[in-house]
Design a protein. Structure first.
Length: 478
């Protein structure tokens, strides 16, 4: 595969910073259409430390790779990793003891016979854009805290720009043999004439979004105008902002191109294919988000120019996290509870609790009795609770039955008293009538009838006494 380029367009603006900590390769104004290697680094550390760090990595990586490949050659991953190690050594050589807080991002584009190799560390970004489709084919995943928060669904994409920790990165190029960070590498062979490749620092991204960048590059204007327009669009950026715009002119296919590696759409760090994790899927395996506390601990300190970074070791990088042990055993615990409940229910059905039979018999007896109008029972502190023993239930039922018998007998007695009173009243009236009839002089006969009436009255009183005695005796027996 042979790739020809238009004149590359470079941007390197200082913004509102007191010094320029972005570095680009080739240097500003030195790039030509025959160049195939482009590097951009965004330094951090304050004062001159960020500038030194970015320049050491940018120039060291560029010079090493330029000697390893040419227009007819290929760039292998091993060659790139060797070049990155060489750049690390250049950075180590600049360390004077005050360099522990210094670091830089790194982005690289290299066009060769195998297509294009793109690599990055940190939050400086790489784009592959196809203007006639107005689409982004590849966007590098930022190694930053805010992107991890976005990926976990905790913040939106737009909130990444204004988050208070937007400058805190989770991966950076820093001095020291124990701090070597690997780059994300992607291999691109789906390249067509008219495609744009862009590498830029985060200062560019503060002022424009992806849609605006695609719209600008898809416009029917010259590349030099697009460069100038991009400078105007990002003029209000507080940070240093730099970029390289690389426009593909021609692509010539060669024998063996079909066997070239193309993983642009399959690599996990293509941000186009990364979507926030929904909160409802919290139990699924997800990428662990570095907490603010962890990032704060890992951070090398607040930098003098307010550009913060957390220099995280390989052991503290986000790692895959599986389900918790409590979630794992939850189905077994639920199963055990269900089985235990089933056993208890079965045991109660086979062997009902004591006293149930006695209670049932008492209820049946009460239902079979003649209905008697009695006052509705009221609950009080003396009312037995359903949970008391069967013996208390039985005693309570017996007392209730006795009270019902007494009430019934009292009703019978009252009825008998009413009958006696009616008989007495009737006899008295008859006696009065007899006296009226005998007032014509039959005093003897009237006297006899009066004696008869008094005798009947005495008999009724005697009968009443006997019935009262009989009632009292039965009450005492009850």
């Amino acid at each position: 595969m042979k790739i020809k380029l238009y004149q590359p367009q470079a941007i390197q603006e200082q913004g509102k910073r007191p010094n320029q900590e972005d570095s680009i390769y080739p240097l500003l104004g030195e790039a030509v259409a025959e160049d195939r290697l482009f590097v951009l680094c965004d330094g951090m550390g304050g004062h001159e430390r960020g500038e030194v760090a970015s320049n050491a990595i940018c120039q060291g990586l560029g010079s090493f790779l330029k000697e390893q490949i040419n227009n007819e050659g290929l760039l292998t991953d091993d060659q790139f990793e060797a070049a990155l190690e060489y750049a690390y050594q250049q950075l180590d050589g600049k360390d004077n003891g005050e360099f522990l807080k210094a670091g830089t991002t790194m982005t690289m584009l290299c066009f060769h016979r195998g297509g294009c190799t793109a690599a990055h560390i940190g939050d400086s970004r790489i784009y592959h854009i196809r203007p006639f489709l107005k689409s982004i084919l590849y966007k590098s995943r930022d190694h930053s805290l805010v992107f991890e928060l976005y990926q976990s669904g905790e913040i939106t994409y737009d909130e990444m720009k204004t988050h208070p920790r937007k400058n805190q990165i989770s991966r950076a190029v820093v001095p020291g043999k124990d701090n070597r960070q690997k780059a994300d590498i992607v291999h691109i062979t789906d390249i067509q004439p008219g495609d744009y490749f862009v590498i830029c620092s985060d200062g560019i991204l503060e002022s424009i979004d992806d849609e605006e960048l695609v719209s600008l590059l898809a416009s029917n204007t010259e590349d030099d105008y697009k460069r100038q327009r991009l400078i105007e669009m990002t003029g209000d950026s507080d940070d240093n902002h730099s970029a390289y715009i690389v426009h593909v002119s021609e692509v010539t296919a060669e024998e063996g191109d079909a066997s070239l590696l193309n993983d642009e759409q399959t690599v996990k760090f293509n941000a186009i294919n990364i979507h926030p994790v929904a909160p409802a899927h919290a139990e699924e395996d997800v990428v662990r988000v570095v907490s603010a506390e962890t990032a704060e601990t890992a951070k090398t300190g607040r930098l003098a120019d307010s550009h913060e970074t957390s220099m995280m070791s390989h052991a503290s990088k986000p790692v895959a996290k599986g389900k918790s042990s409590s979630t794992k055993w939850l189905p077994f615990l639920l199963g055990a509870v269900v089985v235990a409940a089933a056993i208890i229910v079965y045991a109660m059905m086979v062997n009902p609790p004591k006293g149930d039979k006695d209670v049932q018999e008492i209820v049946t007896d009460i239902k079979n009795e003649s209905p008697v109008e009695t006052p509705a029972p009221t609950m009080s502190s003396e009312t037995p609770h359903p949970a008391v023993s069967p013996e208390i239930h039985k005693t309570s039922s017996s007392v209730k039955k006795s009270k019902q018998d007494l009430n019934a007998k009292k009703v019978v007695t009252d009825k008998k008293d009413d009958t006696v009173k009616e008989e007495e009243k009737k006899t008295t009236e008859e006696g009065k009538k007899s006296e009226v009839k005998d007032n014509d002089g039959h005093e003897q006969k009237g006297t006899e009838k009066k004696h008869d009436s008094e005798g009947s009255k005495n008999q009724l009183e005697e009968l009443k006494k006997r019935e009262q005695s009989e009632s009292d005796r039965k009450t005492e027996e009850a």
